[in-house]
Ligand binder design. Structure first.
Ligand SMILES: Cc1cc2nc3c(=O)[nH]c(=O)nc-3n(C[C@H](O)[C@H](O)[C@H](O)COP(=O)(O)O)c2cc1C
Length: 370
């Protein structure tokens, strides 16, 4: 196992916390991944030793497809933070069920207790059945982003100001002072998930990080260019995180065979149930560019289109493709794996050193060209 030095220009790595049962693929293939806390504590320790800076938890209140059990994201994040030393854990939060006052307070305390290692992922909701089941209102697609943006603005306000006031459509604060404030300055990092026009526009105004579904180099570059141009006009800087389901094996044939087996053993009923809910969400964005709006059956076998990113092959192939993504403007790869612990270790030993080597070579070339 190796701990890799992360220079500020190096690409960052996060992994999906398997706090939901069934792993990250809707397939009956054998998975040596477990959604319980013991496995997750071991995984978190292995991840921070193998170059992963962040871990992302998932939030689901219910599931209309495979993922039968779902641990809650904030409690689970805290538990993982308690068993690690350097890892930052990103807690997924759904505006609607959560209110900003509660989240600001809860996360400020976790930040204090963990030496400043909590972050947050604001997800705007894609699964109507879940909201109906828990009696939450289901605003239209773009209206969900109006609410999320107010959520992010108020979080920042509460975390950074005393006597904070806000008079929004969804949230109101009057002369509110949170004490203690979070340890991290100016505040814990705020990520958001999505692909639609509304998601990208929100990122270009308020989020620190934009997380999106798996995509090709060309596909992500178009999104990055779009967001960066708007962000510049708003005098805002936002970093980009891209999902990828990584299958790195000693030979390309082995890696492709694993992908094929995942797809061959896909559970069609569950994939279609997930696809119906997900596509309704993606297609529900007025411009029809939301997450999953264009996903095929095979794409949907991985919840967030992670096969599309094509980090599937030998360590050298995967490393080269990661560096190509970086050149397209990606700041962070969010990784999912079939057998998490063993593959996180393989990634740290075999893939990451090649990524850092290629990055160093590119940096040398850039220096020489100046
Ligand atoms: C990396 C990533 C992580 C996400 N995690 C969650 C989650 O834990 N829970 C959830 O309900 N939605 C999650 N989402 C869904 C998004 O917040 C959003 O609702 C969905 O992508 C549809 O967005 P769009 O229609 O604006 O593209 C995630 C999305 C991405 C890209």
């Amino acid at each position: 196992m190796t701990t890799q030095q992360n220079h500020s220009s190096d690409i960052h790595f996060a992994y999906w916390v398997p706090n939901v049962s069934g792993g990250l693929v809707v397939s009956n293939i054998e998975q040596r991944t477990d959604w319980g806390i013991d496995y997750n504590r071991r995984l978190a320790k292995a991840a921070e030793k193998n170059g992963f800076e962040y871990a992302l938890t998932q939030i689901r209140f219910t599931a209309g497809y495979g993922a039968d059990n779902q641990h809650e994201s904030v409690a689970f994040s805290h538990s993982i933070l308690e068993s690690t030393e350097n890892l930052k854990v990103i807690a997924a939060i759904l505006p609607g069920p959560w209110k900003p006052a509660v989240v600001a307070k809860q996360l400020a305390t976790i930040d204090q207790l963990t030496n400043g290692r909590i972050a947050i992922n604001i997800v705007s909701g894609w699964f109507r059945g879940e909201f109906d089941a828990i009696g939450e209102e289901w605003p239209d697609h773009d209206e969900r982003y109006v609410r999320s943006e107010e959520f992010i603005r108020t979080l920042k306000g509460i975390w950074t100001q005393d006597n904070y006031s806000f008079d929004g459509k969804y949230y109101q604060f009057k002369d509110y002072t949170l004490k203690p404030k979070p340890l991290q300055q100016p505040h814990p990092e705020i990520f958001q998930g999505g692909s639609s026009r509304a998601a990208r526009d929100m990122a270009s105004r308020v989020s620190d990080w934009y997380f999106t579904n798996g995509n090709t180099v060309e596909g992500i570059k178009a999104q990055v260019d779009d967001i960066r141009e708007k962000a510049k006009a708003n005098n805002h800087h936002v970093k980009i995180g891209l999902n990828a389901f990584i299958i790195a094996r000693d030979t390309e044939e082995e890696a492709q065979a694993v992908l094929q087996e995942i797809i061959d053993k896909a559970n069609p009923e569950a994939v279609n149930a997930f696809g119906d809910a997900a596509k309704e969400a993606g297609a529900a964005s007025p411009e029809g560019e939301g997450n999953w709006a264009k996903s095929t059956f095979e794409d949907l076998v991985q919840y967030n289109d992670g096969f599309k990113t094509n980090l599937i092959g030998t360590p050298q192939q995967v490393a080269e493709r990661i560096v190509a993504l970086k050149a397209a403007g990606v700041d962070l790869v969010l990784a999912g794996f079939l057998h998490f612990i063993e593959e996180v270790e393989y990634f740290g030993e075999k893939v990451l050193p090649l990524v850092r080597e290629l990055e160093a070579k590119n940096n040398e070339q850039l220096k020489a060209a100046v």
